[in-house]
Design a protein around this ligand. Structure first.
Ligand code: SF4
Ligand code: SF4
Length: 65
């Protein structure tokens, strides 16, 4: 499964990724950084493309079944 990962230390909490995500998988945690709900993320990479700070990467992840 592909999932989006945010480099939270570099995230500027602009909210672009949250607006872009077709699954509403991203929320801005306490206005500090973007948090991805991996249960909702489908790995579409829209957030990765749109992030102005280039701090989201979509990676292959093991998911516990
Ligand atoms: S678009 Fe990028 S910088 Fe903006 S909130 Fe999302 S991860 Fe952070
Ligand atoms: S990869 Fe797609 S579904 Fe996952 S958080 Fe980014 S925009 Fe949302």
């Amino acid at each position: 499964m592909k999932k989006a990962i945010v480099n939270t230390a570099e995230c500027v909490a602009c909210g672009v990724c949250a607006k872009t995500c077709p699954r509403q998988a991203i929320t801005i945690f306490h206005g500090i950084y973007a948090h991805v709900n991996e249960d909702l993320c489908i790995g579409c990479k829209k957030c990765e493309k749109e992030c102005p700070a280039s701090v989201i990467q979509v990676v292959e992840k093991e998911v516990a079944s």
